[in-house]
Design a binder for this molecule. Structure first.
Ligand code: ATP
Ligand code: MG
Length: 453
């Protein structure tokens, strides 16, 4: 069953049950009150007649005397203890009452009885008859008029209930539409998005802040996020394939050169092998970096442990100096323990030192200082520097400043950003173009409680 139908079905069903229950309660309590009062009246009348009979006691009481008391819509009957009837007098058109069985009632009784489908008030009072015998004086009165009134009440209640159903049905239809329509439009938009592969938004007007508005808003925000991620991914894939195309073209052209003339020309052979080797190396490095970037943070396998910073910096700087034949000036306090991942921190330092090496000629400085609750490791160079505009973009994947497109792929800094995030560290980059200026990259690592600086 659809949601709209379900809402309508349940609300209407509940309302119908409620209406039937209320109507039934009204009808039955009212009919009881009315019948009880009728029975009461009949009893009073019977008592009045009995008093009249007593007053006349002594006189010979005959059917003629009693006839004066017979109600137009009922019957008076005297029943002897042996079950026979002494006197049975009916009024108006109630002759058929004579046919009814008349058991002897020893005590007083007042109740509603049904004869031939019609209700009657029945009252029985024991009296002493002229011959000294105790007989049952029975007064029966038709309640047909009351029954007719109750039938009218039943019809009125049913009509009112049916009429009340109309506005209720309309309002429940409206309610279900109010709820279902925005959901339908949501489903439609989702289906359109699925069909077209585009990132559409749900047009949800109205200033209300209900759950449906929140749902549409969340959906729209999710769409924005998905679109951004999708575009980033697309950009990344196209950049990556573009970067791979160049070394592959170089390898392919040198390989075909080798195929044609490699055996005859020793010099060409050497050059080709060199070129193929270096391009293959570049590609391997690129794919390694790409793989790292593609890896999700939870798969980084970060292992936090106590690390002695000055020791770590000394070994890193020493191996860097040896590998690149570049001078690095290190200034670091004697001993400083931090909780971090040693390998990842080294990788981060390498990224910044590698940039400093590539984009400057003079000595590189690595400097450690306290910055509030953090320790700041600064990698400084006096190289070409960057403009403010470039500084905003260098963390994007594959971004390289125009004049420094030499080696590298523009992936180092985006990798640094991910590494820093995994290490719960912050990185900052400040730079200025011009002679004697340069770039400073800062890694901010949180100080552990037991580390004194
Ligand atoms: P990769 O690190 O992937 O080998 P890359 O060094 O070009 O290549 P990033 O480290 O991401 O890539 O740096 C992006 C760009 O930022 C560089 O191409 C360079 O233009 C600029 N840049 C980064 N560090 C410096 C620096 N210390 N001085 C001047 N420019 C820099
Ligand atoms: Mg780099």
């Amino acid at each position: 069953m659809k949601l709209g139908n379900r809402i309508q079905f349940y609300t209407t069903g509940l309302f119908v049950i409620l209406l039937v229950l209320i109507s039934a309660a009204v009808y039955f309590s009212f009919s009881k009150i009315v019948y009880d009062s009728d029975v009461d009246q009949t009893r009073l009348e019977a008592e009045r007649i009995v008093t009249g009979i007593h007053e006349r006691s002594g006189d010979s009481l005959s059917a003629d005397v009693l006839r004066a008391y017979v109600p137009a819509n009922g019957m008076i009957r005297l029943v002897l203890p042996d079950g026979t009837s002494e006197i049975s007098l009916t009024g108006g058109s109630q002759e058929n009452l004579i046919e009814q069985a008349y058991p002897y009632e020893a005590g007083e009784k007042a109740e509603v009885r049904t004869y031939e489908g019609l209700p009657y008030a029945f009252v029985s009072i024991p009296i002493v008859w002229t011959n000294g015998e105790v007989v049952s004086f029975q007064l029966t009165r038709s309640l047909e008029a009351t029954a007719q009134n109750l039938t009218i009440l039943r019809i009125v209640l049913m009509t009112v209930a049916l009429l009340a159903m109309i506005p209720f049905f309309l309002s429940s239809t409206l309610l279900s539409r109010l709820i279902v329509n925005p959901i339908r439009s949501l489903i439609q938009t989702m289906q359109q998005i699925r069909g077209s592969g585009q990132f559409k938004h749900i047009p949800y007007e109205g200033k209300s802040n209900d759950e449906l508005a929140q749902m549409a808003d969340t959906f729209n925000k999710m769409m924005v996020q998905l679109e951004e991620n999708y575009q980033k991914q697309e950009q990344f894939v196209s950049n990556a394939s573009h970067e791979l195309k160049t070394p592959l073209t170089v390898i392919e052209s040198y390989a075909s050169l080798l195929k044609r003339r490699g055996k005859q020309e020793e010099e060409l052979f050497q050059e080709s092998v060199e070129a193929i080797h270096s391009e293959a190396k570049r590609m391997r490095e690129l794919t390694e970096q790409l793989l790292l970037l593609a890896r999700k943070e939870e798969h980084w396998d970060v292992q936090f442990e106590s690390v002695e910073l000055s020791q770590l910096l000394q070994t890193t700087v020493a191996s860097f100096e040896k590998a690149y034949q570049r001078r690095v000036e290190l200034s670091c306090p004697q001993e400083l323990h931090l909780i971090t991942d040693e390998q990842k921190l080294k990788q981060l330092l390498y990224i910044f030192m590698d940039n400093a090496r590539k984009y400057s000629e003079e000595a590189i400085e690595v400097h450690v200082e306290k910055a509030g609750k953090h320790v700041a490791i600064r990698v400084m160079d006096r190289g070409i520097g960057m403009s403010q505009k470039d500084l905003e973009k260098v963390f994007d994947r594959f971004y390289q400043v125009e004049e420094s497109r030499t080696e590298g792929y523009g992936l180092g800094l985006s990798l640094a950003e991910e590494l820093a995030h995994a290490l719960k560290a912050d990185i900052q980059l400040s730079s200025e173009k011009g002679k004697g200026k340069g770039t400073t990259a800062t890694i901010l690592l949180p100080l552990s409680e037991d580390s004194h600086f």
